[in-house]
Design a protein around this ligand. Structure first.
Ligand code: ATP
Length: 266
């Protein structure tokens, strides 16, 4: 298969301007960009580039988006996989998929490997070390140790459960940088709403700050869904701009969805 036809391996034009409310995290990542783009400078100084970064925090807060934007900013190939893809019934299959993933990254370097739900392979190992999951995790550790960061590869893992990960994954030279990505506060929600209404016509009844106030507890993913629902409602109503009514209704729908999913929380 041609790499460029592989949806899990591609160049992206998503950049930090598509990511809102995560300025502090982006600041932490600036040094990685410098590493990726001025590798020579660091090599000359004998400085080691971090190989692995772990994003942790609740779902829908922009971990995948941020990893994609990092690839876009550094013009790297974005190679994504989900930890659950490696968990197989047959011993050895997960490990060979991990090998293939890193081989692909080397071939298309500079590249960013993104492993979502890394906990699916990365939870603490059993003592016997023989299960399929443990073999897969061992292979991941072998691959992490086996490449040199100056080869232009960075591995980003994402999880909601940092506490469940095997400590071996977090050792120096592996995922030794952990970055927390939490739910957005009001200011961040406003920034996210701005990004997701950037190319949508809004009428003057819409107040994004009011929407930011009313969406406490929502993630970027919820806000993106709300904006899209509002746009769809406006189309269905033959409007030429999205109004407050559409946003209020879209907000109700997102809240209804949340109530269904987490009845005890809301
Ligand atoms: P999961 O743990 O479920 O994989 P995640 O943290 O990786 O979630 P994303 O997949 O990055 O979340 O977010 C889903 C979508 O929500 C994004 O594609 C984007 O549209 C929107 N979104 C989330 N966070 C942000 C943000 N900080 N700025 C702008 N959009 C965001």
């Amino acid at each position: 298969v041609e790499l460029k036809e592989d949806p899990n391996s591609r160049k992206t034009n998503i950049t930090f301007k598509d990511v809102a409310g995560l300025d502090e995290v982006i600041d932490e990542l600036k040094v990685i960009i410098d590493f990726m783009t001025n590798t020579e400078k660091y090599n000359k100084m004998g400085a080691k580039i971090p190989k692995g970064i772990l994003f942790y925090g609740p779902p829908g807060t922009g971990k995948t988006l941020l990893a994609t934007a990092l690839a876009g900013e550094t013009n790297s190939t974005f190679i994504s996989a989900s930890g659950s893809e490696f968990v197989e019934k047959y011993v050895g299959v997960g490990a060979s998929r991990i090998r293939a993933l890193f081989a692909k990254a080397k071939k298309s370097a500079p590249s960013i490997i993104f492993i979502d739900e890394i906990d699916a392979v990365g939870t603490k190992r059993n003592t016997d070390n023989n299960s399929e999951k443990d073999q897969t995790l061992n292979q991941l550790l072998v691959e992490m140790d086996g490449f040199n960061s100056n080869e232009g590869i960075i591995v980003i893992g994402a999880t909601n459960r940092l506490d469940m990960l095997d400590e071996a994954l977090l050792r120096p030279g592996r995922f030794d940088r952990t970055i927390h990505i939490g739910n957005p506060n009001m200011k961040a929600r406003l920034e996210i709403l701005k990004v997701h209404t950037r190319n949508k016509p809004l009428d003057e009844s819409v107040s994004l700050s009011e929407l930011a106030r009313k969406t406490h507890g929502m993630t970027g993913a919820h806000l993106a869904t709300m904006c899209n629902e509002a746009a769809i409602l406006a189309v269905m109503r033959n409007k030429n701009k999205i109004g407050k009514e559409e946003f209020d209704e879209a907000l109700e729908r997102v809240i209804a969805g949340l109530k269904k999913k987490y009845p005890s929380v809301l």
